[in-house]
Design a protein. Sequence first.
Lengths: 181, 273
Amino acid sequence: MSTATIYNEEELVLLLKQQSREGFNYLYRQYGAVLYGVINKVVYDEQTAQDVLQDVFVKIWNNIDQYNPQKGRLYTWMINIARNASIDKLRSKGEIMKGKIRTGDDIVNNVQGMKSEQATDTIGLQKMVAGLKPEYETIITLAYFKGYTLDEISKTLEIPLGTVKTRMRSAIKQLREIFNN
Amino acid sequence: MNTREYIESGILEAYALGALSQQEAAQVAADVAMYPELRTELDAIENAMQAFTATFAKELPTGLDNKIWGALSYASANKGDVKSEPKVIPFTPEYRKPVRWQYAALWIGLVGSIATNVILWNRNSSDDAEKTALNYRMDKLQSEQKQLADLVSNYEKNKVMMADTGMQTIVMHTMQPGHPMAATLYWSKAKSEAYVNVDGLPQPPKGMQYQLWVMQDGKPVDMGVLPNNMASTPAMQKVNMSVTSGQAFAISLEKEGGSPTPTMQQIYVMGKV
């Protein structure tokens, strides 16, 4: 047994189905920090984020039999569990409702506030991501981290539905450029 | 389908960002399964999202792994049946001659036991009421569980059906201005099979029923009526007749039992193949 073992997604799924401590350790080591980071982007406060992370691991653990590789990769599946669990938590706390009563401007300012907070981190890629156009970052944040639907984004930002979609395309295009380099 | 236009619309990005409604997302998933170009594009999008989310990785607090492992062990233990071996405790009685206070204790115990029996017997009647209530709750739980199981098997069926790469999806849009409605038809031309979902249609009024039509060379052909309890639910119904050809599908509101030809102003939704 060595800590340097790398499993591909298929092997990891098998390992998780056995529900062994080794499987958990690997999952935690490889994906814990990313899941935790994504949850933190949604819920802000760290104690809540830790509770959500625990729920997410329980969900992954108990539902691994339902994961279908034909429908998409394990990583996306897990990140979506984390996003949904934290967005649910956010909604149960009523934070999103408050957010919706606020004007679009406020939300955009919030998003920029988050951006500067994130820029204090020193990892190189993060700096590159910080180079993402503010309007792109807003749209990704609203959809991916706050669970807004197309319709809600269109109303919040007061832009037509079609523009929301094309802006999403441009936003991810910029991300693709950043990461392909 | 014009996949170029589809890709440029940004709907795959909206899908990857989780911004679509369940129905729209199911549609995109079906499209992606059908067109390899869409699959390739979505893969590239997901690669970018994967790299993007990785930049948010945050150091985990120490000790959290053990805490979560504890929760997982607990969750697993409560999922399966954990049987423990029955413990055998050796018992060797020692006989001693009872003394006077022990007889007294025996009598007190006996009297106490009779009194308790009388009280319990009196209480029995109220227990019966509780039992009825429990039975009722049990029945309710069972019926709820059955409903859930039905729902799951429904989704399971849908999943198998959607995974069929020969399955074509036809979204029928509203024909009634001002009333946003939609229905979806899944058609496997090769198997001449069709499935219909009327999640986006209102409950039909009393005495009325939805009827499905396929347009063949400009003429509507009856495809049967839809059960009323299907409207506004995610239920999927297999169309009873085989569908070999057609240029469009439509659903109209007709009197119960259906009509030989559709009532034109009552066509609710229609979609071209």
